[in-house]
Design a binder for this molecule. Sequence first.
Ligand SMILES: Cc1cc2nc3c(=O)[nH]c(=O)nc-3n(C[C@H](O)[C@H](O)[C@H](O)COP(=O)(O)OP(=O)(O)OC[C@H]3O[C@@H](n4cnc5c(N)ncnc54)[C@H](O)[C@@H]3O)c2cc1C
Length: 457
Amino acid sequence: MTGAAASAGAMVVPTVGVAAKLAQLLPTDRRSAGLLLAYAAVTLVTLGLRYRQYADTSSAPWVPLARAAAAGIYLNFALLLLPMLRLTLSWQRLGGLRRILPVSQAVQAHMIAGNAIVLFSVIHVLAYAAIVMTKRLPLDAILIWPVPLTGVVLVALLALLAVFAWLRERVRFELFVYTHFLAIPIGVLSIVHAHWFFAVMLVPGIVYGVDRGLRLLWSTRTAQVDTITVDGRDIILTLLRPETFAYRAGDYAFLCVPRLSRLQWHPFSLINAPNDTGSLAFRIRRRGAWTQAVAQLQPGTQVLVDGPFASPCRELYTCRTAIVVAAGIGITPFASFLAQLENECAGSGDEPRPFDRIHLYWLERDQESLAGFYPLIARLHEQLGGQFTASLVVDTLPKGAVAPLVCHQSIDWDTALVGDGTQWQAATVFFCGPKALSDRVRASCRRVQLPFVTESF
Ligand SMILES: Cc1cc2nc3c(=O)[nH]c(=O)nc-3n(C[C@H](O)[C@H](O)[C@H](O)COP(=O)(O)OP(=O)(O)OC[C@H]3O[C@@H](n4cnc5c(N)ncnc54)[C@H](O)[C@@H]3O)c2cc1C
């Protein structure tokens, strides 16, 4: 393969990746698709300009390719931190900007930038390997301080961070969290490797530092455990609400129990209505060691609460018509919305509702697992008539009485989302549950052309 062909080939992988993602996003999430397109255009222009700048000074394509890939790395480093501005992106006054920015896809945006850094690093390293080989440089040429040697160390650190990021669901989650701290030596070494990295990272670094600093100083508060109730596979944890803690339905917070571990912060959705004063409630499924240990806490235990932060479910406020699909514990991000709705119904009663119609599908193992939110859902179903409807779908029906709203059926999502042809025409589909089901519902949304908003945990 000639060098020019290799240069073109190196760009095929990201182009195909972006095109595939675009095809997936366009019918269901136009904001994300638009942002991805803008990102792809900026990346291509940056790479193209950098390639041309060096193409004239070198006969082989390896040097311009290595430089273009380096520009890709630094561009993505600059973008990497922006979706992680949790406090800024949760700010209610972001208002209009929230309608343009797909804030709900922040983690995915962070992952795209991270994967792009890995990909451009591979291209950068391969291009330099080609230079070393074509110039027949001795192997110890890559062990010279500072540029070649920092490059080698950077590749090793980045590989470690990337591997644990890709494996985060398969290894202990803390390994993913702790290896992300390698970002600090990676940042410092990158400045030594190429001084202009400092200029590239200055603004995003300061903005991220302020967001993180404010989280430490302002949004992290101490609360005391009020009650802990074990309910089947779940724990209902209520904390005495710190005075200044105001949130919106659908928000979540990170919890840290210093008695269990000072380093572990776990995110959980707030499930009580935002205007319930006095307490913060969480429904926590017992999964690993940390959530099991929470079940053993005593009232009065100190808990650090970092938040609140906006989840994609906040967008439920902006929709007149919505289909909500929750699987298992995935009901929690919608729970505070339902609780708030009930409080509003109990108010003046004839106030206009903020929506026209919502249908909730909640998929659970069995009727028992529905118990936590069943009374609330049944009351809303009755009070709001056709405006709020629900199908509670279980894998196995109980031997005794089957509660109203509960059924056992396999859902054909294409048919469910189309309804009678007109009723869900302008609906947005909200989803929270496992990835496999998310993919199936998203595929149906693509076929019936409905926007899809997802939260996975
Ligand atoms: C925005 C958001 C809201 C959530 N809301 C709820 C909720 O209301 N109720 C609920 O039961 N669960 C919720 N979760 C999931 C919950 O955070 C994890 O189940 C919990 O942290 C598992 O901890 P563990 O150590 O006991 O389990 P482990 O067995 O160690 O982990 C099980 C899985 O949980 C995830 N996880 C583990 N630790 C963390 C962490 N520190 N941060 C993020 N994810 C982690 C990983 O995917 C991991 O594979 C939410 C997650 C997110 C991202």
